[in-house]
Design a binder for this molecule. Structure first.
Ligand SMILES: C[S@@+](CC[C@H](N)C(=O)[O-])C[C@H]1O[C@@H](n2cnc3c(N)ncnc32)[C@H](O)[C@@H]1O
Length: 219
């Protein structure tokens, strides 16, 4: 029922947690969290009415009373202390950052943030650092040929080797990222202002590092 992207999110959830699944859509993560015994309770939220109705029906059909559904924006429909773990998957990095920033009390009262941005993972890492969260682990997951990044943050994690560093998907992920950055640089090269920007220089530097790592086969 769940794909490897959602499975990677689920695998980071600490056993027995009360979990918020923000933007739950179909509710597959919420349902699997309870069926697998990983979570003790899930609050599944949706901002938009149409997916909310589908979510409410799926949860009702599942017969799982430990999943509650709430209609509303991000974490605004939760109170501080209601959940231990916040999962936000399948959204852009900017939207994830906004959802976290809009509800500081709820975020601060959680123990784990499990974030799967569709883009802008660097922004998420920067936000975590600025807000005193530490990255506890990271993973990669492939779904329909696309490789996704999954970030798990905690307040005081134990040091460990991240799953992503030994992932068999790492090389393919770096190759996909190289291709993406090369496309952006090609587009930016058409404008003199863009070529003179700090972002352009940073992209060129990252492309060089990616090429060297891939060529040296050190990943
Ligand atoms: C692409 S789906 C991802 C669904 C699921 N989380 C997953 O990873 O497969 C994004 C969902 O987030 C919902 N959404 C977008 N902005 C939201 C917000 N501010 N608060 C709650 N849900 C939101 C959308 O309605 C949509 O159902």
């Amino acid at each position: 029922m769940i794909d490897s992207r959602i499975e990677s999110v689920l695998n980071f959830v600490a056993a027995g947690s009360r979990v918020a699944d923000v933007g739950a859509d179909h509710g597959y993560l919420a349902i699997e969290l309870i069926l697998s015994g990983r979570a003790s309770k899930v609050i599944a939220t949706e901002k938009n009415l149409h997916p909310f109705e589908a979510l409410a029906k799926n949860i009702s059909d599942s017969g799982l009373s430990s999943i509650e559904v709430r209609l509303g924006d991000g974490l605004k429909v939760l109170s501080a202390g209601e959940v231990d773990t916040i999962c936000i998957a399948g959204m852009g990095g900017v939207l994830i950052e906004k959802i976290l920033t809009d509800s500081p009390e709820v975020v601060q009262s959680a123990r784990q943030l499990i974030l799967q941005p569709m883009n802008g993972a660097e922004k998420i890492r920067a936000w975590l650092e600025e807000n005193s969260w530490k990255i506890a682990d990271e993973d990669l997951a492939e779904s329909a040929g696309i490789i996704y990044e999954i970030i798990c943050a905690e307040k005081n994690p134990q040091p460990k080797i991240f799953k992503r560093d030994t992932s068999p998907l790492m090389k393919k992920f770096l190759a996909q990222r190289l291709e993406k950055l090369q496309r952006i640089v090609a587009e930016m090269s058409k404008s003199e202002i863009a070529r003179d920007s700090e972002k352009f220089s940073a992209l060129i530097a990252e492309i060089e590092t990616l090429k060297n790592n891939l060529q040296a086969n050190i990943i």
